[in-house]
Design a protein around this ligand. Sequence first.
Ligand SMILES: Nc1ncnc2c1ncn2[C@@H]1O[C@H](COP(=O)(O)OP(=O)(O)OP(=O)(O)O)[C@@H](O)[C@H]1O
Length: 258
Amino acid sequence: MSDFQLAVHSIGRHFGGLRALHDVSFVVPPGQICSVIGPNGAGKSTLLNILSGVTPPSAGTITLGGRRLDRLPAHRRVVAGIARTFQNLQLFDELTVLENVMIGAHTRSRSGFVAGLIGSPGARRDTASARHTALQLLDRLGLADRAQASAQSLSYGEAKIMEIARAMASEPRILLLDEPLAGLPGGAVERVAQVVVDLNRSGTSIILVEHNVRVVMQLSHHIVVLSNGELISEGTPQHVQADPAVIEAYLGEPADAA
Ligand SMILES: Nc1ncnc2c1ncn2[C@@H]1O[C@H](COP(=O)(O)OP(=O)(O)OP(=O)(O)O)[C@@H](O)[C@H]1O
């Protein structure tokens, strides 16, 4: 089924005179983990920002299941089925873990989080449903015992998982993860990586921007490699790992020149 295939077609983005992305096209079939890798400044975050609606593209189109997404504002892309996490933690410190995750569920509800606090009957139903969704997710991702703790009491690894739970609470078809493993201690890397695999096995497509190449090679079905804003290689982990263009981009010289 291609109902939720994401297609990125000829995306470009300039910042003044700087070409951050140029003519980038690729497809993410439903159910895949597609990683985007590349050296610093390659355009990875810009691409995630364009996919999630944070940054408009200068050129190109994005479709999900054939439906144009690139002209929708970020909140309507969430409803269409795309959710994301950010490179830096975006916690509401003074709220509990459960409340942080409920905010994600409310992005799909009709009443919204503030109306839920005020308490109209419809909003109360939405709040109960958001609570149920959030508790189920925390249970699934191994954080149920921290549901009532304040977000600021979480370890860095737990907070990363909480952010993934909040994004998942909007029930996305595609989850965009911006460096979910950055800054994590060893044990937490494996735990967060396992969360990514489990979510994918239960049907969520994932676009992963990540510098931890070892984990990327283990998890990904497909890898897109960017360098200086251009797509220089894509394919299976085995394919891109052996591609001289990728080796050159990372090492800075032709692979056969060494
Ligand atoms: N808002 C912006 N204004 C101007 N230039 C920008 C902006 N955002 C990104 N850039 C530039 O676009 C290029 C691509 O940046 P981007 O952050 O997408 O790369 P990246 O691959 O995510 O890098 P890193 O791995 O270091 O996070 C860089 O040269 C960066 O300086």
